[in-house]
Design a protein around this ligand. Structure first.
Ligand code: 5GP
Ligand code: ZN
Length: 114
């Protein structure tokens, strides 16, 4: 989708450290990690944000959560715990307008976020 950096990562035009890929989703490490484990899971379909989820396209969210479930086990943080974050819009701190879920773990995370 135009200038979307995550669409470019999906297309292989921007390199990424991939963890998992199938026909619907891509998981890769965040370029600027905020925790010892910090990866992103994105749908291959360009959906701008959580605001753009519909009855027709939202099945991808449960698929993403199942992939997260699998990856955290493989990375060994399932039992210690982790946080799944979706930033939406300006106040939510969203900087890339392609819906993505952050998974942060391998350290104790504070609450509430800033
Ligand atoms: P947001 O602030 O939109 O919730 O999160 C966007 C995330 O994407 C940030 O954590 C940022 O570090 C990450 N990011 C931005 N550009 C790239 C990139 O080119 N490659 C990777 N792997 N991560 C990126
Ligand atoms: Zn995109």
């Amino acid at each position: 989708m135009g200038d979307c950096i995550f669409c470019k990562i999906i297309a292989g035009e921007i390199p990424s450290k991939k963890i998992y890929e199938d026909d619907k989703v891509l998981a890769f490490y965040d370029i600027s990690p905020a925790a010892p484990v910090h990866f992103l899971v994105i749908p291959k379909e360009h959906i701008s944000s959580a605001n753009e989820l519909t009855k027709e396209n939202s099945e991808i969210v449960s698929h993403i959560f199942m992939i997260i479930n699998k990856i955290v086990k493989e990375l060994g943080i399932a039992d210690s715990g982790y946080r799944i974050v979706n930033n939406c819009g300006a106040d939510g701190g969203q900087t890339v307008n392609h819906i993505h879920f952050h998974i942060l773990g391998a350290r104790e995370l504070k609450w509430p976020p800033g």
